[in-house]
Design a protein around this ligand. Structure first.
Ligand code: PMP
Ligand code: GLN
Length: 452
């Protein structure tokens, strides 16, 4: 008995030693093989996005945050209260999985809304997909349509996830920047002054072009593409048999009589357009992360194939809440009390207020025709800032970080919205968000006025 115990103890000591040796060998092997766990090729070159970087910066320095785009005031009561009603609803199924391609009540509401807006009867079950925000609508569209080697035209500046999504799908992004046309003097610029060079644009299209991504109203410029511009894009799409992805998340936010035109309504475009929307922007609830894509069934089908095996279905209570909110708005569409009219009315005042305080501070703003962002040229203030301690490569990153740390005001560096070679085009600018409480806009105005 004693002998066997001793043998056991010895074995266990030996085992322990062997175990340690093995672990050491494994660790050494793991270290030398760590590159096995690098980012896969399709993700290589990825770094944390401007959102992740600037949210961390805001958490550290606690500036007045006019950077990331979200309203800091309450959303309409009937929208937020719908969630409370849903929580208390006696139907237990409102807390279970719902139809994968979209909660029926929501796709029905969207079909009612958009059938009227695009003058085409949308089949709620085949022509609409509900997604996890417009982000997932973009993801499912790009993954579901772009093949390895396909070229995708992206207009710069662009919402930053377009480029990495195209690359993830094995596609080849082809960029074209909107350029500021010559304007008189040093006063404010209109977002309509940012235009595409037609010859350069036409040259981008070829037999490998699969897709163009359009964003109107535009983030970050606020440009609302006019009919002539959209007709030209449509003409080239038809000529080269190209799919148009139209990111219209700011579709209700247009000012000064600018008209939001859905490119899918232009001749020959319905069959080649996928249009994207977002409940976050429509009802000022960016945290709900409900979005959608609509278009002809044969195009939407590809998105469904991606969605069903990645996200499968979006949260039922949130889809139900968005459906109920749309039902409220459908009943008062076009009437003065419609949120789709009252929100832009309210925002226009904030826009004008911001344009004034930025101009007074010496910046040169671009007055947006739509959306809730404003670009401002900060270069006239260059001699008031010492950017030498900021290690970033691009001047707009240096400027926005310096402002966050020294002035307590955060904006977004627009070079994040350009491809690597074109980043210098964004360096003279900063993007501010104006869907903020008046008291916060007042604080920003004060900060800048004192600085002056
Ligand atoms: N497209 C654009 C142009 C955006 O600004 C955003 C930001 N919200 C999105 C898509 C993504 O929208 P969501 O929050 O609904 O995912
Ligand atoms: N669309 C918003 C913006 O442009 C938010 C983007 C994000 O947080 N990923 O600010």
């Amino acid at each position: 008995m004693l002998r066997s115990c001793r043998r056991l103890a010895t074995r266990s000591l030996r085992d322990q030693f062997q175990f340690q040796v093995q672990r050491h060998q494994q660790t050494a092997a793991t270290c030398s093989n760590m590159d096995k766990f690098d980012l896969p090729k399709r993700l290589q070159g990825s770094t944390p996005s401007v959102w992740n970087e600037y949210i961390a910066l805001a958490m550290q320095y606690k500036p007045l945050n006019l950077g990331q785009g979200f309203p800091d005031d309450a959303a309409p009561e009937y929208v937020t209260h719908s969630l409370a009603d849903i929580a208390k609803d006696e139907n237990p199924l409102l807390h279970q999985y719902t139809r994968g391609y979209g909660h029926v009540r929501l796709v029905q509401a969207l079909s009612k809304l958009y059938s009227g807006l695009v003058s085409k009867e949308l089949n709620p079950l085949t022509d609409i997909l509900i997604t996890s925000g417009a982000y997932e609508a973009l993801y499912s569209t790009i993954m579901g349509h772009v093949d390895v080697g396909d070229e995708v035209i992206i207009i710069e500046p662009f919402f930053d996830c377009y480029e990495p999504m195209v690359k993830m799908a094995g596609g080849v992004p082809r960029f074209i920047p909107l350029k500021l046309r010559q304007t008189e003097g040093t006063g404010p610029i209109s977002s309509a002054d940012w235009v595409l060079d037609d010859a350069e644009f036409e040259k981008l299209f070829n037999s490998k072009t699969k897709m163009i991504i359009l964003n109107t109203p535009h983030n970050p410029i606020g440009k609302v593409f006019n009919r002539k511009e959209l007709e030209r894009i449509a003409e080239l799409c038809r000529k080269w048999n190209v799919l148009c992805v139209s990111d219209e998340v700011y579709e209700w936010l247009v000012f000064d009589g600018a008209e939001h035109i859905r490119i899918c309504t232009l001749p020959g475009m319905w069959d080649r357009t996928i249009t994207l929307g977002s409940a976050g922007k429509t009802f000022s609830v960016t945290g709900w992360k409900i979005g959608w894509a609509y278009g002809p069934a044969q195009l939407i089908r590809n998105l469904q194939m991606v969605h069903q095996n990645s996200v499968y279905t979006c949260p039922t209570p949130l889809q139900e809440g968005v459906a109920r909110s749309f039902e409220v708005e459908l009943a008062r569409l076009g009437k003065p009390e419609s949120y789709f009219l009252s929100l832009p009315r309210e925002l226009k005042q904030k826009r004008d207020y911001m344009a004034k305080f930025l101009s007074d501070a010496g910046m040169r703003p671009t007055i947006p025709e739509g959306g809730y962002f404003m670009l401002a040229d900060w270069s006239p203030l260059a001699d008031k800032v010492d950017l030498s301690s900021e290690p970033d490569k691009h001047r707009d990153y240096k400027f926005t970080k310096w402002m966050t740390k020294n002035m307590g005001l955060q904006g977004i560096p627009p070079s994040a919205f350009y491809s690597e070679p074109n980043k210098p085009l964004g360096e003279d600018f900063v993007r501010y968000c104006f869907i903020k409480k008046q008291e916060n806009l007042d604080k920003a105005a004060e900060l800048l006025a004192k600085w002056k």
